[in-house]
Structure formats: structure tokens, C-alpha cells
Design a protein around this ligand. Structure first.
Ligand SMILES: *[C@@H]1O[C@H](CO)[C@@H](O)[C@H](O)[C@H]1NC(C)=O
Length: 75
């Protein structure tokens, strides 16, 4: 039961992170104005902001790591 819950949370965080990535590269995001239910809309907005947070943290990690390089700086 707990394992399923953790699995679901990880999946939800991954999907949210992918959506944040799409938003950053294409500018497209979920249109949460479609959601009529205020509580669900808030939950989806909160879920999307988790992905944004993960993206922020992972770009800090990537910047400090020699495993990654900045393509824009490559000559
Ligand atoms: C988002 O959804 C709302 C409600 O359906 C709609 O009025 C609005 O035009 C949509 N926005 C975009 C960018 O499609």
C-alpha cells in the first residue's frame, strides 16, 4: 500500500517535471482555466509548481557538475 503510494508520488513528480520542461522549452503549459472545480485547479497548479521546483533544483545540480557542459559556451 505504502509502496504504491510512493510509486504514484514519484510518477506524479516525474510527469510534473516533464511538463515543466516542456513549458520551459516551448512555452506551453496545461490550461488550468479548463478546470471548473476550484480545489482541483489549485491542486493541479500546486502539482505543476512541484515540477518547476524540481527543474530549478536539477539545473543548479547540473551547473555544478562536470558531467554536463553548457552547449551555448562551446565554440
Ligand atoms: C483555457 O481554457 C479556457 C476555458 O476553457 C478558455 O477560455 C481559454 O481560451 C483557454 N486558453 C487557451 C490559451 O486556449
Amino acid at each position: 500500500m505504502l509502496a504504491k503510494l510512493v510509486h504514484f508520488a514519484v510518477d506524479a513528480a516525474l510527469v510534473s517535471t516533464v511538463l515543466a520542461g516542456i513549458r520551459r522549452t516551448s512555452g506551453y503549459t496545461l490550461n488550468t482555466s479548463n478546470i471548473n472545480h476550484e480545489d482541483i485547479k489549485k491542486a493541479v497548479d500546486g502539482w505543476l509548481s512541484i515540477g518547476e521546483m524540481i527543474m530549478d533544483h536539477s539545473s543548479v545540480f547540473v551547473r555544478g557538475s562536470s558531467l554536463f557542459e553548457d552547449e551555448r559556451k562551446k565554440g
